[in-house]
Design a protein around this ligand. Structure first.
Ligand code: FAD
Length: 444
């Protein structure tokens, strides 16, 4: 058995700690924040995340599927709200396929509870300040008492998020590559309150999008009838957070560009001001392993949230490592080496896909030609599931490697660009000829 240290008790760290403890390893988990299991969650105030196939696979692996299903809401498609307040609906996949809205807090608490049940030693309010990779030790400081402590372990996992301390120490080691990119857009959360008697004011089982070209608003349902909404917008420019520099501008902006949303939120201004403006960062680095220490989740690959895959990919790190543990029978140098080799191209691929999906969400989902293309692809997939799987389906409803999905998606995109360039496509999209042309190009 290996003495394991997990640094960071967020989503990925808690799940990984619980999984390693189930194998009988003695695991210590260190988290810089207080124990969130003691903090009462305010109903309808929690931030939610979209959980899909890859995340479910890891949650199933640790035995929490039933519990998380009970507290999550399926979203079967996108509901698009145009500027006049008209709505259109696009299913995400085949009938019954859904992504799930789940509270970040509830999910994290469930994973921490599981880790505690499995005898993981929990240390909250302890911040990692330094890792010594040669000695396999990590140094911590208590946020409350200022006490200092050093832990030695056989294996150290850095699951301390996008601004990882473990990674910061790796940056001081030779030949460590690192890139941090803040995109020009930030985000601000808003709460769309529940209607009378906890009813949902807009469609419950959908992810709502108000696409407006350079920016967008989205909403995910919460169990109590409210929706957690997020406004994604550039920091600067005509339509930007900086331009919304007074209450009257904020009010008229929402009234003009999101009129149906505006009508449902009575206290828009206090709602707007009660949530901070936050950044969106992409982190790329390599290697992820130094001796016995390995980065996982956002610490090694933080991405923008537009494909809903950040947590899902972090959870997939844990299930891929589990498969490698089985394959290499506790040969940890081999497991860690293989892990980073396998996962790095997939992390890069989902980072690229997530950025591309932003353009799709804020712009293309409102475009009739884009919708027609999706309809054609869905038809081909429905009739020939073994030959054509749309990119979104590969990413969201399968565990096809992200790198494979990306290259397949690029190939499909070329085929579809030619099909969509036909001047008569609106008339012939449903024809046998189009179907045959796509399948023939696909088999080349
Ligand atoms: P984190 O969740 O950041 O956890 C890191 C933990 O480490 C924290 O608890 C932190 O307190 C702790 N820590 C940090 N430093 C130290 C230290 N020095 N010592 C000890 N502990 C430390 N992903 C999805 O899959 N679906 C979505 O719909 C989705 N939506 C998102 C929406 C937004 C607006 C954003 C910003 C992200 C979204 N994500 C989504 C991404 C997702 O939030 C992250 O990928 C996920 O939280 C990563 O988990 P993690 O455990 O690696 O890191």
């Amino acid at each position: 058995m290996k003495k394991v240290l997990v640094i960071g008790g967020g989503l990925v760290g808690a799940l990984h700690a619980a999984n390693l403890a189930a194998k009988g390893h003695p695991v210590k988990l260190y988290e810089r924040r207080p124990d969130m299991r003691n903090v009462e969650m305010v109903a309808g105030k929690s931030i939610n995340l979209a959980l899909s196939h890859r995340g479910w696979k890891a949650i199933r692996m640790v035995g929490l599927e039933e519990h998380i299903r009970d507290v999550s809401i399926p979203m079967y498609g996108r509901k698009i709200h145009d500027i006049e307040g008209n709505e259109t609906y696009q299913p995400y996949g085949k009938e019954g396929q859904a992504i799930y809205s789940v509270s970040r807090g509830e999910l994290n608490v469930a994973l921490l509870n599981l880790a505690a049940q499995r005898q993981v030693e929990m240390n909250f309010d302890w911040r990692c300040v330094q890792v010594d990779f040669d000695k396999s030790t990590a140094h911590f400081e208590n946020n409350v008492t200022g006490e200092q402590r050093t832990e030695k372990a056989d294996l150290i996992f850095g699951t301390d998020g996008a601004f990882s301390q473990v990674r910061a120490d790796m940056m001081r080691t030779p030949r460590f590559n690192y890139q941090q990119e803040f995109i020009p857009h930030g985000y601000r959360e808003l709460l769309l309150p529940a209607g009378e008697n906890g009813s949902f004011q807009i469609e419950k089982n959908a992810l709502h999008i108000w696409p407006r070209g350079g920016y967008m608003l989205i909403a995910l349902p919460n169990p109590g009838g409210s929706f957690t909404c997020t406004l994604f917008m550039p920091y600067t420019g005509k339509h930007s957070f900086t331009a919304l520099d007074s209450d009257s501008k904020i009010d008229s902006f929402f009234k003009e560009v999101f009129p149906d949303f505006y009508a449902l939120v009575p206290d828009l201004l206090s709602n707007y001001h009660s949530h901070p403006l936050s950044d969106l960062v992409i982190i790329r680095c390599y290697p992820w392993v130094r001796h016995n220490t390995c980065l996982l989740g956002d610490a090694s690959h933080a991405i923008v949230p537009f494909y809903g895959q950040g947590m899902n990919s972090g959870f997939e790190d844990c299930s891929v490592m589990e498969e490698l543990m089985v394959e290499h029978a506790e040969n940890w140098p081999k497991i860690l080496d293989r892990f980073q080799e396998l996962r790095k191209p997939d992390a890069d691929a989902i980072a690229e896909l997530a950025m591309r999906n932003y353009v799709e969400m804020r712009d293309l989902v409102g475009d009739p030609r884009f919708l027609l293309q999706k309809k054609i692809e869905a038809k081909i997939h429905g009739k020939h599931p073994d030959k054509w799987t749309p990119l979104y389906t590969q990413v969201t409803f399968s565990d096809t490697r992200y790198s494979v999905a990306l290259s397949d998606g690029k190939r499909q995109e070329k085929i579809m660009a030619e099909i969509m360039a036909r001047p008569d496509i609106e008339q012939v999209w449903d024809s046998g000829e189009i179907e045959e042309t796509i399948l023939a190009a696909n088999s080349l």
